[in-house]
Design a protein around this ligand. Structure first.
Ligand SMILES: [Zn+2]
Length: 309
């Protein structure tokens, strides 16, 4: 939608003889959940032309000297609209674009920030994951959203985090941590010391069913560590823009624990991988959006992981 408006704006400006690059997309709606911390609430949908893959919670944090983007969004169009939202609040340089993990709904908007020449920051395993899946994700996005994908490119990280990285935005420190396999094998979290805001990206799903694309056992272990860390609030990758912490992680933990327990029982009971999902974590069905779209593949992934225990 943003892209279409942009094209219309370019056409109008072109006809009147003005520079086409003066056209700015409408700013992405954002909520200031704590002082200087802004989040766009992703749609609880699959990627489509109508939503331009703007389905994840993404945003930015403003320091005295610089801005950090936390996930540039699902397409060039969404990244451009996020950039416009930043410019509504500050003219400070966008020095960092943090790519929380390989999933396209979070990072495919990165090219919209190229002209800012930021550090693109990712987990040490992100380049490998992008090499493996990037082109497939790009084709899938083009298939799902059509022309709305135009301008979208794979932007590899320029700064890698193997363990921890501290960023200074000017009177504001962000602590980035690289995690072991959980949601994916390349998850980063960000902690804003100033407001005690813990940005978990897709290590935390609320309302929308979690997607297991790394390690179920690893994710449950990571949750134990993460929920032991005090914070005033958390930002989930999908769900509300802000939830209390650690209480906000309890539904996810309950779902993942149920999948682990019931999948182990299915394996023990000799139930095949194709049918296991029918008996696994059915008590969770009413609690999650997109349950039927993602639950069977979560069980398949968990079965493959747990059958080697
Ligand atoms: Zn994800």
């Amino acid at each position: 939608m943003f892209r279409r408006q942009l094209l219309v704006a370019i056409a109008v400006l072109g006809a009147s003889g003005m520079a086409a690059d003066a056209a700015e997309p409408p700013p992405l709606p954002v909520t200031e959940i704590a002082a200087g911390v802004f989040v766009h609430n992703g749609a609880h949908e699959e990627a489509s032309a109508a939503n331009e893959d703007a389905i994840a919670n993404i945003g930015f944090i403003i320091g005295d000297d610089a801005v950090a983007v936390i996930d540039p969004g699902g397409s060039f169009a969404e990244g451009s609209a996020l950039r416009a939202a930043i410019r509504e609040h500050t003219e400070r340089p966008i020095r960092y674009v943090i790519l929380t993990h390989v999933h396209p709904d979070h990072i495919f908007g990165a090219a919209a920030f190229r002209d800012d020449h930021p550090d693109f920051i990712g987990h040490a395993k992100l380049p490998g994951a992008l090499a493996q899946r990037g082109n497939y994700y790009l084709r899938r996005l083009q298939g799902a959203v059509g022309d709305e994908a135009s301008g979208t490119e794979i932007v590899p990280p320029t700064v890698l985090v193997a363990d921890r990285l501290d960023l200074d935005l000017g009177n504001r420190h962000l602590i980035l941590r690289a995690h072991r396999p959980a949601h994916t094998d390349n998850d980063l979290t960000i902690f804003d010391q100033k407001t005690q805001t813990f940005w978990l990206a897709d290590l935390l799903f609320v309302d929308r069913i979690p997607v297991i694309d790394g390690s179920l056992v690893g994710w449950l272990e990571q949750l134990d560590e993460l929920t032991a860390m005090p914070a005033d609030r958390a930002v989930p990758g999908h769900g509300p823009v802000s939830v209390p912490w650690p209480a906000g992680a309890e539904p996810e933990r309950r779902y993942l624990a149920a999948v682990a327990q019931d999948t182990r029982a299915a394996i023990k009971g000799g139930i095949g991988i194709a049918n296991a999902y029918r008996q696994v974590a059915n008590s969770e069905r009413g609690h999650w959006l997109l349950f039927d779209e993602y639950h069977p593949r979560n069980v398949t992934a968990s079965y493959k992981e747990l059958e080697w225990e």
